[in-house]
Write a protein that binds this ligand. Sequence first.
Ligand code: C2E
Ligand code: MG
Ligand code: MG
Length: 651
Amino acid sequence: MIALGYFAISTWETNRAETAQRLQLIKMTDSFVSTFTDARGDGAPVPATFRRMGIEHFTASKTDESSVIGTTVRMPGLPGLEMQTREQDPRLRRIIQGFVNNAELSQLHEHRIENGRLIGRTIYPSIAYQESCVTCHNARFGEGTYQIGDVMGAYVVESDLTAITTRQGYYAIAAFIAAFFVFRALASRERNRMSNVLNGLRARVRLEQQKTAAEAQAKFLMSHDALTGLANRSMFRDHVQQTLNEQLGSGVMIALVDMDEFKAINDTLGHAAGDALLVAVAQRLTRLADTADGLVSRLGGDEFALVLRQNDVFMSPAEVGRCVLAAFEETVLFEGNAIQPQCSIGVALVDDIEQASPTELLKAADAALYAAKAAGRNLFQIYDEKIRISAGRRTKIAAELPGAIANHQIRVALQPKVCLSEGRLFGFEALARWKMGDEEIGPAEFIPIAEEIGLIRLLDLEVLRTAASFVADIEATSGLQIGLSTNISAQNFRLGGLTEAVLDILTETRLPAQRLTIEVTESTAVENWAAVKDVLTALRRHGVRISLDDFGTGYSSLSYLRLFGFEEIKIDREFITDISEDDETLFLFESIVEMATGLGSTVVVEGIETPQQAAIVAEKGAQIGQGYLYSKPMELDAVRTYLRQQTTAVA
Ligand code: C2E
Ligand code: MG
Ligand code: MG
């Protein structure tokens, strides 16, 4: 725009100057012609130079007096031969002489600063083109001075360009300044725009980076465990599938690792210790998996899984089991405590199963793990034919059990609890019985399955209802007041409403609450103490007795005894199986009895099979005994007979 403006102004100014120059030339030419005519008379030819300059054209142009600029025209003759005008400037005189010497020169343009002004000057040679010119000039300077074609002088046009040049200079400066400011404004606007664009871009890049990081994090968390950073179950399955594909379904092993007594560590040393233990185990297992291009996953809680390829290190599933056990040997240090991690392991090799799929391989490893846990702790089991059969049996039981419970096929057997000193009946323990088809299945087998499939609440309450109704019926018909113990599994305490359910059954069967003893195992109490305590306290408030079953197995936390003050403590059968007079176990037994009685609990000893055992435990202070010595668990009909015999005997 500015350039255009400057160009327009400058062109206009130049045109104006040229027009003015032309006007002045015309004016001067007019006066020159009239002077010339005066001197030569009308009709004398106008000098050729004038024609060359297009006088006719000038004459035809518009005239405007106001725009005349300082232009002068003069026609000096040759130096020394001047007709009318003698050129004053010696330099110009030399130039005019130069035209004579050099016939090639037709004109000369120059711009010069003279007396502080810019002068634009054009000098044309004045040449004699016609005979009249020669005649006229020779008349003055003598015959033969000029021939046609000779230079006779010059025609000098001079313009003072100072004003116009100055103005154009001002315009240029103004244009430059305007351009400067405009460009500066534009540049600053552009800079701001660019900086905004850049800032926007930077912000977008930052946002994108944050988004990408967040997405990566979310993706990682979706496929990994947050605590240990190990792959989660779904990622693990994908990896197993991939490994199976790569290995063409052969030489792939899965090890399931379940930590033993992890809950106890969490409870006694706190969750931070439990977390530290999990992280340490995760690291050890990762190191192990790395040697077989494998992957470790935390499937949940304290359960880990490894998928490994058979290689030089892990030639067999047994080798995997040994290596995992070895990885657990070293203690984990946490805040000054040395924690000894332990685990049970189930290993399965894909070649030993029918279908090479992640699901089947995991199922096989799980069956092996189950067997490892059942066989005791801190050991591994390899999936084999035996385990396949027992897993199949478990699956069958799990399929049959719901129908059996719903159709009231679970029977109740009662086993007497007897006062050791007098041999008098103290009460009965109710034990569940079930026949799957023709086969009698023991509760040790079907109770854990009922727990797994979430039916233990139904089962336990069904046993309680049947037994309570039986005992209440006896009391109603014979007046015999008989105590009843039932077993309540840990899982019941995780669900709400247990207290109400038990009390409802007591109401329904009319069994006084004082007759009922609830047996909870030590591990139940330890697993979920807060909930267990609430329910037991509530039941106790109604008069129900609470018994701590299987005492002495697992890890005994004596603090629970002190905390709750159980009405009864049942010392496990394992404890007294091999008890004899000089045994160390006897010493321990004696201490337990002493402590329990000290806390006001009645001591019941389970699994008494011989009179010797009965004598020993009675001598050491136990009050109640239960075992085959007195009676095996009896079906209800047998119990009626038993009771009749008992009352007859007492009578
Ligand atoms: P428990 O509560 O410790 O029951 C005692 C177990 O010891 C019974 O086994 C009983 O038959 C057995 N027993 C008693 N005296 C002797 C003896 O002198 N020698 C030997 N070898 N064994 C003896 P059972 O009936 O097989 O029950 C096993 C476990 O199953 C029970 O142990 C209890 O934990 C669980 N159980 C049984 N019925 C139920 C039930 O209705 N609900 C729940 N949650 N668990 C139950
Ligand atoms: Mg029991
Ligand atoms: Mg027991």
